[in-house]
Design a protein around this ligand. Structure first.
Ligand SMILES: [Fe+2]
Length: 166
């Protein structure tokens, strides 16, 4: 269940990357048992990673714009999590993942200190995961499409900020 070492290896790789270096890094191991649960975990990771940057981004002229951008990244995420829990788990009569279960998995994925590259990887993982779910969850595609569209905009914004030089 624990994936601490796996995460650490990846975070070390990300932290050693240059800002413009292209990378294909996946931060989350998707469980086939509950891909929707993995999506919830990723949305939390995006939110907490963005909030970490919101508060702790290095000092300098970019601070304020990044501070504000991180609030933009967090927009809608809580609503998506709520809608997923209601429209997927509850509507199907399934048990909604418990907070302790979700947070324990999220804790294993979050780095001690986040940065724009890590945030970008979380968002990209979210987009890839949503793509695998679209068409496979009847009645749920509108919400998934909305999430994918929003995450694409967000990763574009983060990309631009990385190119300006993290
Ligand atoms: Fe704030």
């Amino acid at each position: 269940m624990k994936s601490v070492n796996y995460s650490k290896l990846i975070f070390d790789k990300i932290n050693s990357m240059k800002p413009d270096e292209p990378e294909e890094v996946t931060l989350i191991k998707i469980s086939n048992d509950d891909k929707v649960g993995s999506l919830i975990n990723l949305l939390y990771c995006i939110k907490e990673s963005a909030k970490d940057i919101h508060y702790n981004y290095c000092n300098g002229p970019d601070f304020y714009s990044i501070h504000i951008l991180m609030d933009r990244i967090c927009e809608n995420l809580d609503d998506y999590i709520d809608e997923i829990k209601e429209k997927y788990y509850m509507s199907l009569g399934m048990e909604v993942p418990s907070p302790i279960n979700t947070y324990s998995q999220v804790l294993n994925l979050l780095p001690e200190k986040s940065n724009l590259n890590i945030l970008k990887c979380f968002i990209n993982d979210g987009i890839e995961l949503v793509k695998t779910l679209i068409g496979n969850c009847p009645g749920f595609d509108d919400l998934l499409g909305k999430i994918a569209s929003d995450l694409l905009t967000k990763v574009a914004l983060v990309n631009k900020s990385i190119r300006r030089g993290e």
